[in-house]
Design a protein around this ligand. Structure first.
Ligand code: SAM
Length: 204
């Protein structure tokens, strides 16, 4: 999976590639999907949600530009797979999931695989995790119609928010916090499940 679907498509960060090689994706999918676990596509994980395509997980992780001292927030825990990849790379991982059964299941899987240091919270990630902020990077793994302001505010200066933005076809965006605001880079079109909760009540 890593050599043919991730490295061959341009992901070059050796630490990210090593993390992708190490985390057992089959442990994060339902038993009926295990034989497909290393195909480069999203897979259903229940509750109408998906574990993301491995290539996109690797790209988002690379775009976050994290190191061994980083503190990272993920919004959209899902199966826990992206959180486990991050846990291989950084000092602290916080992750929030709006569907309680997924949050509980992901916490159990992470604990079972030795990623018990990942903090998993059930709730709406729209307002981030203020008590643990600021973060060096924030990854949002559901598509938001707008960039949630609290997530930008919870970054350190120089920190990066990696987020799919839009409805239908979305753009993967990287927002880097600066001393005066933020700057944005659009990476490529993606297709994620929608971010739900308070973000849907925000004025566009
Ligand atoms: N990162 C996940 C993984 O590695 O398996 C895949 C995430 S899945 C594509 C998107 C997840 O975001 C879903 O589990 C969904 O319930 C969750 N989600 C959607 N809106 C959310 C919100 N406002 N706060 C937290 N989680 C949210």
């Amino acid at each position: 999976m890593v050599t043919h679907q991730i490295e061959a498509r341009g992901v070059a960060d050796e630490r990210v590639l090593a993390a992708m090689r190490k985390v057992p994706r089959h442990e994060f999918v339902p038993p009926s999907r295990r034989e497909s676990a290393y195909e480069d596509r999203p897979l259903p994980i229940g509750s109408s949600q998906t574990i993301s395509q491995p290539y996109v997980v690797a790209v988002m992780t690379e775009l976050a530009k994290v190191d061994a001292k980083s503190r990272v927030l993920e919004v959209g825990t899902g199966s826990g797979y992206q959180a486990a990849v991050l846990a291989e790379l950084v000092a602290e991982v916080y992750t929030i999931e709006i569907i309680e059964s997924l949050a509980t299941g992901a916490a159990r899987t992470l604990e079972h695989l030795g990623y018990g240091s990942v903090r998993v919270r059930h709730g709406d990630g729209y307002r981030g995790w203020p008590e643990a902020a600021p973060f060096d990077a924030i990854l949002v793994t559901a598509a938001a119609p707008i960039v949630p302001p609290a997530l930008l505010e919870q970054l350190v200066v120089g920190g990066r928010l990696v987020i799919p933005v839009g409805d239908g076809i979305q753009q993967l965006e990287v927002h880097t916090r600066t001393s005066t605001g933020s700057r944005v880079e659009r990476v490529f079109p993606v297709r994620f499940v929608p971010m739900t909760g308070e973000v849907r009540q925000s004025p566009r």
